[in-house]
Design a protein around this ligand. Structure first.
Ligand code: SF4
Length: 375
């Protein structure tokens, strides 16, 4: 058990201090490329010999960024820009900015205007992500990004290097699925804050080191018995669910997160990149195959059906919908999701999180009452 705690603590330390990781990479003389949410083609950065580094926002008060954003933009975008303006990301070779939601679309212009010393690389992916035309478009954009990264890295990035990177990232996806299965089979072994840190640390670590750490952690978890868990078992869903205030409340309430449908958690790992002759096609296909995410076009709301299946399969007592404040895609999804969960008879609660809020008492009361009602 001591070894398990040690491994978890190491990943928690990394998840809690991304600045130290960035400093480490830069001091080793490595070129680092910032990757904003969601579904940045990190494989291309790896193939170019540089290090992809997640820019996921931070719990802090934004001030400078308010000169660029209106007040009702999500705190993820506010704090990422704030950190860029304050120089926290100085040393990055570039930042990649996907455009999957309206806030992200505005980030490209704001970043170019405000953080001139770090070049922006827009990542444009097709909304009609499953059609032949959509796949071709996304693959063509990835090829453009490859050229840009090759310029920055000062070396050629061959198709073979991209295929190799795809294999490395699929290996990490497999390692993460192993961790997810071990965690789901042992409710309560990991606190929600510990489980979250395992996912979050992925954004700030070398992919091979992270995969190795996941495998060691999973082996240690598998040594533990899968005992019956008497506390509330929940499935979480949202775009992000790593808010420390919320995680502290879930820890205090003795919640076990038995599975999730969170974009920045398991959705990144459920599906491998298909191995295709043209690796860019495979990378585009992946985006077409991911389901359950509010920023990916989902006209039939597969997300709701997946969530119901996940809740049933995992034996969860209920679903916690984690809503990032001012996140339009999540707000639009909430209405049909809530209806679908209610119709399926699945107990659910929606809580709102915000990186700039330090006061979580209303959330605590709501979560405590929800857990009590599940008992
Ligand atoms: S998906 Fe939501 S939380 Fe994420 S950047 Fe867009 S608006 Fe912000």
């Amino acid at each position: 058990m001591d070894n398990l705690r040690e491994k978890l603590a190491a990943l928690q330390a990394i998840a809690g201090n991304p600045a130290a990781q960035l400093e480490k990479f830069l001091s080793e003389g490595r070129k680092v490329v910032g990757c904003m949410p969601y579904f940045c083609p990190e494989e291309l950065v790896y193939a170019s010999g540089m290090v992809p580094f997640g820019l996921t926002g931070e719990e802090m008060q934004a001030s400078e960024a308010k000169r660029y954003w209106p007040a009702f933009i999500c705190s993820v975008m506010q704090t990422v820009l704030e950190l860029g303006l304050r120089g926290r990301y100085d040393g990055l070779a570039a930042v990649m900015i996907p455009t999957l939601c309206d806030a992200l679309k505005g980030m490209d212009g704001n970043w170019r205007r405000g953080v001139k010393k770090i070049p922006a690389i827009p990542v444009v992916q097709a909304q009609n992500r499953k059609t032949e035309a959509g796949l071709e478009f996304t693959a063509s954009q990835y090829r453009k990004i490859r050229s840009r990264l090759a310029e920055l890295a000062g070396r050629e990035v061959t198709d073979a290097a991209v295929a190799g990177a795809v294999s490395v990232y699929n290996d990490r996806r497999a390692a993460m699925r192993g961790f997810m299965a071990a965690s789901a089979a042992r409710p309560g072994l990991l606190k929600p804050s510990q489980r979250s840190a395992v996912f979050k640390s992925a954004f700030f670590m070398d992919v091979n080191e992270h995969a190795a750490a996941l495998r060691e952690l999973t082996a240690l978890m598998e040594e533990q018995p899968a005992a019956e868990y008497r506390g509330p078992k929940l499935v979480t869903s949202g775009i992000m669910a790593d808010n420390s205030g919320l995680l502290g409340i879930l820890d205090d309430c003795g919640v076990a997160v038995v599975d999730d449908e969170v974009t920045n958690e398991s959705l990144r790992y459920r599906t491998d990149i298909p191995v295709t002759e043209d690796p860019f096609k495979g990378m585009a296909l992946l985006l077409g195959e991911i389901e359950g995410c509010s920023v990916l076009y989902d006209p039939g709301k597969n997300r709701g059906r997946m969530l119901i299946d996940l809740a049933k399969k995992s034996g969860a007592d209920g679903v916690l919908l984690v809503q990032t404040k001012f996140c339009d895609p999540e707000e639009y999804d909430y209405v049909p999701l809530r209806r679908m969960l209610e119709e399926a008879g699945i107990r659910n609660l929606m809580v709102e999180i915000d990186l700039q809020t330090t006061e979580n008492e209303q959330t605590r009361t709501a979560v405590e009452a929800f857990c009590e009602s599940l008992r």
